[in-house]
Design a binder for this molecule. Structure first.
Ligand code: FAE
Length: 545
């Protein structure tokens, strides 16, 4: 969960006699407290008309896109954001905007007829279930050797992620973004990103006493007994709101297992931060359910942008052509890379350089669970927001987040998402026969991640006399090594672009998202994506506009 995975207690398991215990956890009225809908009230969604001309067009509404939109608007530039996912500003018939991880419905997955939960087995039983095909919030995009999870909707990955807001250790930064001056990042742009995102840390005294972090305290105890550095990890969740959830004073979100398909309360997604401020400028419009399919030079230094309007079943209901003076690619590592690779190969942007599509990595993501002894329960009530980790990066190449397994029942499991220093990098390429972009990641390339994660968990298991869980990712399968939550790269800074994200062959075209980062950030990535976008847009506004 969180930065980790879904852990719904499936109907199949319930039927076999396990007590889900979710009823009391589901919360009540959805529209009290901090609601995601609040962001939309500053300006209505305004679908772009065909034939329009806009000064700045931003493809995607995740971190990079939101930073670009806010700063451009503040500089006096009118911005139109094009987002293939939904607005996520309207409650469903249950009064809630987002569905719960324990009861995935039509809102859960992007155009699938069956869920594809990252953690897809529980107690050895498969937990995926049929759902209606809908433009849901979480995309499990399948390439040959890896499934890449991404958020879909206004807010991008911030809608579905665990909110873990981690700044890399400065000594690791040289490997993260080798062409960027660390002084400017650590003195200016990381602090700016953290402030704008609303990053905070759990109150350590509350951590020590609340039932909902029993699992994390067990994680701390086991880490420390094996001599590993234990760290609290900042998050954008409103920690005061979570305390009120625990006190029963407000509708529950983190304490009701909400996360992977959106949080109805408590989490400061981009809808509450950058995007709310962008729209409050009055200069930013958003077109949800609009997907950019082409960008090509037009006369007068402009660009022609082709956009498909989608219905909630994914059908194309209109194809629009607009022009823009500047286009910012902020469709995420995968979305931006796929667009650029296709546009280069099919002749729309043939001058893009040969680095486009290269340098893609999975941030070394790998998951695993450990089976604890009966005297080490991890708690039936688990906050879905992770708050701590085990830092063995320097010695073993792994940073492991102590992750929740908020099933609503006692599982005696400790669950972890490790970010590892996996050196493998993949490349996107145009598959002309199939008319799509492929990624050449190989399943076996996860082995270095497993080896690095084992530097932590083999030692803990040996010290505690415990074993790995084998029932979470299949039957007798220890490692969740088939996926990533953290796609990075594909249009790497200072390679595919200049050192500020400019696609120099085409003045006015920019990359401003996770595609710029060469495959690994040593920690969870969105603070680095945000800070880099702040750095780049400041330079672009100062010198290009
Ligand atoms: P992103 O946020 O993915 O935004 C791209 C947007 O572009 C999306 O809204 C797309 O729908 C849209 N788009 C794509 N193609 C098109 C197109 N052709 N036309 C129009 N729109 C398009 O990009 N990171 C952390 O740091 N901490 C965490 O705790 C954490 N947990 C995560 C948990 C999960 C389950 C997942 C999936 C990710 C998690 N991440 C976490 C990763 C983080 O959300 C991700 O790195 C950022 O969202 C990437 O930001 P970008 O701006 O690159």
């Amino acid at each position: 969960m969180g930065d980790t995975t879904a852990s719904p207690v499936p109907r199949t398991v319930s039927r076999r006699g396990f007590i889900a215990g979710t009823g009391s956890l589901l919360g009540v009225a959805a529209l009290a407290g901090r609601t995601p809908a609040a962001w939309a009230q500053s300006a209505p969604v305004a679908p772009i008309p065909s034939g329009a001309h806009v000064p700045a067009l931003v493809i995607g509404t995740g971190y990079g896109g939101a930073v670009a939109a806010l700063r451009l608007a503040q500089a006096g530039v009118d911005v139109h954001m094009i987002e293939m996912g939904m607005a996520w500003d309207t409650p469903g018939s249950d009064g809630k905007i987002f569905c719960n991880t324990r009861e995935p419905d039509y809102r859960s997955y992007w155009l699938r007829t069956r869920t594809k939960a990252p953690l897809n087995y529980f107690l050895g039983f498969p937990i995926d279930r049929d759902i209606p095909r809908h433009t849901g919030i979480l995309d499990a995009e399948e390439f040959g050797g890896i499934t890449v999870y991404q958020g879909r909707g206004v807010g991008g990955g911030s809608l579905v992620n665990g909110g873990m807001a981690v700044t890399p250790r400065r000594e690791n930064f040289g490997a993260v973004l080798p062409s960027v001056n660390p002084d400017e990042m650590y003195n200016v742009y990381y602090p700016r990103a953290n402030a704008e995102l609303g990053v905070g840390v759990i109150d350590p005294a509350w951590f020590d006493s609340t039932a909902c972090y029993q699992y994390a305290r067990v994680g701390r105890k086991h880490a420390q007994r094996s001599g590993f550095p234990f760290v609290f990890v900042p998050d954008v969740y409103d920690w005061d709101y979570m305390k009120q959830e625990a006190a029963g004073a407000v509708p529950k979100s983190a304490l009701a297992g909400e996360i992977l398909y959106g949080n109805n309360h408590g989490k400061k997604s981009l809808q509450q931060t950058y995007l709310a401020r962008a729209r409050a400028t009055g200069r930013v419009a958003v077109s949800p359910l609009h997907k950019v399919t082409s960008v090509a030079p037009a006369s007068g230094g402009r660009y022609t942008v082709v956009i498909e309007q989608l219905s909630t079943t994914g059908a194309v209901t209109a194809t629009k052509t607009v022009t823009a003076d500047r286009v910012f690619f902020a469709a995420g590592s995968v979305g931006t890379s796929k667009l650029l690779v296709k546009l280069k190969a099919t002749g729309a942007l043939p001058g893009l350089n040969g680095e486009v599509g290269r340098g893609w990595g999975d941030n070394g993501n790998v998951m695993c669970g450990r089976a604890n002894h009966m005297w080490d329960p991890t708690g039936a009530l688990q906050s879905s927001i992770p708050c701590c980790g085990i830092d063995n990066w320097a010695a073993g190449g792994a940073f492991a987040e102590v992750a929740p397994l908020p099933t609503g029942i006692e599982t005696y499991a400790s669950f972890y998402l490790s970010i590892t220093n996996n050196p493998n990098r993949a490349q996107f390429s145009w598959n002309a026969a199939a008319g799509r972009v492929d990624l050449n990641w190989q399943a076996a390339w996860k082995q270095p991640s497993i080896t690095m994660a084992k530097t932590i968990f083999d030692k803990i298991n040996s010290k505690e006399g415990t074993i790995y869980r084998t029932d979470l990712f299949g039957v007798y399968k220890i490692w969740g090594d088939h996926l990533t939550y953290h796609p990075l790269g594909g249009a790497v800074l200072n390679k595919a672009t200049d050192n500020y994200g400019r696609l120099t062959a085409y003045p006015g075209l920019y990359v401003i998202d996770g595609a710029l980062i060469p495959g690994n950030t040593s920690v969870n990535p969105f603070v680095t994506i945000t800070a880099l976008a702040e750095r780049n847009i400041e330079k672009i506004i100062a010198t290009d506009l």
